[in-house]
Ligand binder design. Sequence first.
Ligand SMILES: [Zn+2]
Ligand SMILES: [Zn+2]
Length: 345
Amino acid sequence: MHPHDTTDAPQKTCSKCGESKPATLEYFHSQKLGRYGVRSVCKVCTAAYKIATKEQNRAWREANKERLKESQRAYYQQNREERLEKQKAYYEAHREERIEYTHAWYEINRETQNEKRRARYQADPKYRKQIIESVRVYYQENREKRLLYSRAYHRANREERIEYAREYGKIWYKKNRERKIESDRKWKQANPEKARLYTRKWQRANPEKVAAYYEANREYFIEKNRAWYQANRERKRIAVRDWRKANKLRVRTYGQNHRARKHNAPGSHTAEDIQAQYKRQKGRCYYAACGYSKLGDSYEIEHVIPVSRENTSNGMENIVLACRSCNASKNNKLPHEWPEGGRLL
Ligand SMILES: [Zn+2]
Ligand SMILES: [Zn+2]
């Protein structure tokens, strides 16, 4: 008769209470070597005994704590080799599975695990020290690998990283605004040239922002310019004078072009065009009246058909270089109206 079978089970008499009960797992705890595969004491008596001796047992365990521990340790040690061997074999046989399982488990429990670790890290200084040390050792031992990895990671996540840095920077800036302004000020003071370059670069890259800023602070800028001009009037005047002196030809062509526009004469010319013309005339006046005299520095830009007349032009096809006297003498005549020039049309 099987002990799990409750119907038609043989009766067994409890050695404690003397009651006769079916020899099944409902009434007795299992014991392989017992009659019908169950213990001699019934479940009710066992439970009563446990309750009665609970306090006693606890007291005994407390009194024999060290001894218990020692015997546990001895047992553990005795079977250590065997146990480790078995464990190793099992691990080897289930390697892939185990790794997969660990990953899956971690995926599922990531947040709770991290939370637990964080909490422990905060609360337990010993643990904290241990973590810091292990990270340090890991970093030291895996320096090359780490650098390679981080480089690859940064390359692969460039956009996100930039975005993240920007976001993080904004948050940081909000928190540290005063500090940042102060440190920027110091840096600018120490690196005025670089600061100017950066500002200019930024302004070139953000013309709308510059314009908006100017618009919003218009009065301020006008006043600032006025004050600057007032304070630097003499300096400015000298600078303009020096520039004009160094760019005489340019000034002259600007003047000519301006005058021509006023007369609605089409075409224009540059300082370079004039220099080329000077070479073509081999540095001599265009007209015969002075005997094609050497021009030197004091030549004048001459419109063959004067800009005050019809069908004129300010382009090079109508421009020659003349000495001062020829220019004054020709004035606004056409070539055939001034035969001394020797350039009849
Ligand atoms: Zn009993
Ligand atoms: Zn001349």
